[in-house]
Design a protein around this ligand. Sequence first.
Ligand SMILES: Cc1cc2nc3c(=O)[nH]c(=O)nc-3n(C[C@H](O)[C@H](O)[C@H](O)COP(=O)(O)OP(=O)(O)OC[C@H]3O[C@@H](n4cnc5c(N)ncnc54)[C@H](O)[C@@H]3O)c2cc1C
Length: 458
Amino acid sequence: MDVLVCQALIDIVGAENFTQKLIDLVSYSYDASGYQHRPDCAVWATSTEQVSKILTLANSKGIPVTVRGAGTGLGGLAVPAKGGIVLDLTRMNRILEISVPDRLAVVQPGVVYADFQAALAPLGFFFPPDPASGSVCTLGGNVGTNAGGLRAVKYGTTRDYVLSLKAVLANGEVMHVGARTMKTSSGYDLCRLLVGSEGTLAVITEITLKICPKPSYTATALATFHRLEDAGEAVTLVMHSDVTPSVMELLDGAAIELLRKHARIELPEVEALLLVETDGLTEDYVRFELERVAQLFHKCNAIEVRVAKDQQDAEHLWEARKAIGGMMGTVHLDCVPEDIAVPMSRIAEFLRRSQDLSRQYNLFLFNFGHAGDGNLHTNIFYDSNDPDQTARLEQLLYDLHKLACDLGGTLSGEHGIGMTKAAYMPLEHDRVALKVMRTLKRALDPNNILNPGKMGLE
Ligand SMILES: Cc1cc2nc3c(=O)[nH]c(=O)nc-3n(C[C@H](O)[C@H](O)[C@H](O)COP(=O)(O)OP(=O)(O)OC[C@H]3O[C@@H](n4cnc5c(N)ncnc54)[C@H](O)[C@@H]3O)c2cc1C
């Protein structure tokens, strides 16, 4: 990169917030996906004004800028695909305001999800999207990807909590979008446009989030089913009922088998397991709701429904679900973690047909995920050193995403598109919708400097 540009960046952020060290450039070349590309430099911005100056400079020179939080994205989202500048916002990590009367908080994008949660807890409040990476990922990254988690079935995803944003456009102009109110019908909803835009439309430097009173009680149950279709039917029945569980997680037979073998967890040989949680203000009510769910599970031929007697028992029931992440590390193969979502009524069909694809391409896969909102994590094992397996994997991934879209689903329930799913965008979005996305991108970023090479926008 031109030394004059480097000097200009140092003048903006200070020498201590600029790096071209090889070790830093290598660290910034990847996220939690397998994709890698090295940037030319990285800067840590500490204010909106600095971000504005950096983007003005980059835009005038046509230099790519990839904004980055903790880099835990699973789709090559924060990978600087075209080099240029990595704009790290983790030093903008202050919680600026928590207003319980207004039920909102104002934060900088680099605040870590878990730190925000910890600040809300003493006030009896919480921020519901619950990504499993919460101990490290940032709120800026959560907004950039529209992150979700276990509790999306009841509480929705990040998008449902973003009230307003301060954002810097590619040309350095700063805009405020949204409102500090619980609702607004004023003009185009630019807030929702920016949520999930993966750093391709603007850099977000301040976020106003809705916060919620934390429910005092939870109740947990685990049910097993001989047939996948019965578990699918159970999910559909629960979602048709007047109870909305706070968690409804599913593990398919292949996931259960793996846990038995690799995590040594005692589980029955069944085709499906459902873990369900209800939450609320009184113990009686959450138990009443859980009973209703248990009745529906029995109606769908559940072999057994175990209701946790207390917190310790509940943690025991959570053991299998929580062990999945660690278990994957013990299988000495590469693993592709997918996150398609399908309408709830099509879950069983998706699971069956994904196993058909597994057999067709002779690659092992298992499914677990958020059955209550149709978001399934299909994990495929393969050996990246074997070209034949890699070729089969590519075909399988294409067919899997096509299957999800054919069933009325979406390519990504929570991780985003980034680089890994860019080629599949036409499977879900029609020609006109893609044209509108590209038109929006060109209007806001005519020189294509913001996170270029992502989301199939080029
Ligand atoms: C073990 C593990 C578990 C995970 N579990 C979940 C889960 O349960 N649910 C879930 O949704 N995801 C999950 N993820 C994926 C990931 O953690 C989330 O996508 C998270 O929101 C990314 O946050 P980050 O700070 O790491 O963002 P990064 O990876 O740094 O960035 C993600 C995207 O957001 C953009 N971005 C970051 N900051 C800004 C900003 N200020 N302005 C504009 N754009 C910005 C980036 O350019 C990039 O495109 C998991 C990942 C791992 C590794």
